[in-house]
Design a protein around this ligand. Sequence first.
Ligand SMILES: CC(C)(COP(=O)(O)OP(=O)(O)OC[C@H]1O[C@@H](n2cnc3c(N)ncnc32)[C@H](O)[C@@H]1OP(=O)(O)O)[C@@H](O)C(=O)NCCC(=O)NCCS
Length: 327
Amino acid sequence: MEIRTLKAGERGQVLDLLDCWELPDGWRGRDFFRRYMEQDPSFRDENFWVAEERERLVCCVQIFPRAVRVGTGAVPMGGIGSVFTHPDARSSGTASAVLRRAEEAMRERGMSLGMLFTGRVGFYERLGWRAWPLANALYIRQSDSPPPEPDLELGPLDAGADLEAAKRIHAHYSAQRMGSVVRDDAGWEGNLRVSGNPDEDFRVARRDGVVVGYARFIALENHPILAEFGRGAADADALASLLAAAFAERGGAYGPAPADPELEQALAARGIEVRGMSDPNAMLRCLDAKALCAASGVDPIPGENDGDLLRRVLPPERSLFWPSDRF
Ligand SMILES: CC(C)(COP(=O)(O)OP(=O)(O)OC[C@H]1O[C@@H](n2cnc3c(N)ncnc32)[C@H](O)[C@@H]1OP(=O)(O)O)[C@@H](O)C(=O)NCCC(=O)NCCS
C-alpha cells in the first residue's frame, strides 16, 4: 500500500471512492465532496492524502487549512475531513496510517493545531486526539416576541450592499473569541460557497440602511442550525430581534453559544431560551506545542502536557468555532 498525496488527474477517482459514503440530506458522496474541490478557492491536491492499493484508491483524508484565533495570534490549523476507507479495505489500519501521514504533513507545513468533527470520537482518541466539547446551545422559542424596533429593517443579505459590513462585524465580533477562524476575502468566498447544505439563509438587521447584525442558518437533516452570527458593539437588541424573527419561522435552532451576556438578556426579553449544551463531536490535537505557543504569543510552561496547553489556550467552554467554517 502506498500513502501519498493526490496526483493531478485523480480527482475523479477520489470522488468515485467518496461516492461510496452514504450521506444524509439526499447527498451523493461525489456531489457533496466535489464542492470542496471545485468551489473552495483554497483547495489543493496536496491537501488530499490517499492510500493506493493494487492501483486503486482505497482511503482518503483531506486537510482543510485554516487560521484560528489563539492568544494574540492567528494560528495555522489543519482541519481534518473527508476521512473515508472503502468498505472492502476497512479495519486493517489504513485510515489510521493515512491520518498519521497527514498529521506529519501538517506539522511540516507549520500547522500546530488539528481539528475535526466526528461521530467516532473513540477512533480518534486512540490516535491521540482529544474531545473538545465546545459550548453550544439550543435556542428555543418559548413565547411570542414583541415586534422588532421600528427603525430596524430585517431581511435577506444583499450581497452587493451588505457583505462588506457583515465581514467587518465578523472580524470584530469573532475576533474577541478564541478558536474562531480568521477569514480574508478568499476565505469568505470559499466559506459562502460551501457552508450551505446545499443553501444557507443569510439574514441581516439594518438600521438606517447600515448592517448592525447578521445571522446565517443552514438545515441538517431538517434541523435548523445557527451557523454563525455577529453584531455591532451596541447592537445586542438588533441581533436578538433578527434571531427572534428567524426562530419564529423555525421554532428555534441549534448552534454555538459564544459568551455574550447582553445578547442572552436581549433574547430572553424576546421569549427565547438559550439552553446550554456542549458539542460532542468536536476534537482537537496539538501537533506542535512549541510552534503553537510561538504563534499565539502564549508563554510555554515547562513540563506542561499537550492537553493542559490546549485547555489553557483554547478552553472549550469559552472557545468558538462557527459551523459555517466546518469541513
Ligand atoms: C472510520 C473509517 C474511516 C475507518 O477506516 P479504517 O481504514 O477501517 O480505519 P482503521 O483500520 O485505521 O481503524 C478502524 C478500526 O480497525 C481497528 N484496526 C486497525 N488495524 C487493525 C488490524 N490490523 N486488525 C484489526 N483491526 C484493526 C482500529 O483499531 C479501529 O478500531 P475502532 O473502530 O474500534 O477504533 C471507516 O470506517 C469509514 O470510512 N467509515 C465511513 C466514513 C466515516 O465514518 N468517516 C469518519 C467520519 S469523521
